[in-house]
Design a protein around this ligand. Structure first.
Ligand code: GRF
Length: 197
């Protein structure tokens, strides 16, 4: 049973998808050891508490500088015995030290078909606004390993989503979550945790 640590920043709908799949038995070889948010009071932490999962806020504002924050985050994840780090809507850049501490064991969900609409500045609603501005007919989501770049690590899984004529960026974000993110993130965790037995 692999211990996963989920890093969040906001609503936690991707976290909820992981929780639901573990409770439904479609993720068979993983348990959530902790949920850590960089923002206080986010709904993702309420989701953790509701399911009896240790949840806490570690805010960069509480540390003298970014290196100190990242060192504390790495140590906290190690304290929980985390073997796979899952970035589920986590908006803090991952440090090279963190990548080195969890080699090939940090994954991220990005709301586009990488290499489109990814990299610096492409997060949350901005991704969907860029896809609509470009006029693409298909978008989707990608789960990838995290390396020292931004959205640049090896791709694990992708799922395409059709873009209806005239859809708003907000509605497209929800469609991509429902039809892609909430499906491939749990599936990628199951794939990694099953092959790691
Ligand atoms: C989602 O758009 C996800 O693709 C991105 O962060 C946003 C919020 O996710 N990574 P969540 O609802 O907090 O899981």
């Amino acid at each position: 049973m692999m211990k996963i640590g989920v890093l969040v920043s906001g609503g936690g709908t991707n976290l909820q998808a992981i929780i639901d799949n573990i409770e439904a038995g479609t993720i068979t070889n993983a348990s959530i050891a902790c949920v850590i948010s960089n923002n206080p009071g986010v709904f993702a932490l309420e989701r953790a508490v509701k399911h009896g999962i240790p949840g806490e806020c570690m805010s960069p504002a509480d540390y003298p500088d970014r290196p100190a924050y990242h060192q504390a985050l790495i140590q906290r994840l190690k304290d929980y015995g985390v073997e796979l780090v899952v970035l589920a809507g986590f908006l803090v850049n991952i440090s090279p030290e963190m990548v080195a501490a969890f080699p090939n064991r940090i994954i991220n969900i990005h709301p586009s078909l990488i290499p489109s609409f990814c990299g610096k500045g492409f997060y949350g609603l901005k991704v969907h606004e860029a896809a609509l501005a470009r006029g693409v007919k298909i978008t989707g989501a990608t789960v990838h390993f995290v390396d020292e770049g931004t959205d640049s690590g090896p791709i694990i899984m992708q799922k395409a989503v059709e873009i209806p004529e005239g859809i708003s960026a907000k509605d497209l974000q929800l469609k991509v979550m429902q039809e892609a993110e909430w499906i491939i993130l749990p599936a990628a965790i199951q794939k990694i945790c099953s092959s790691n037995q």
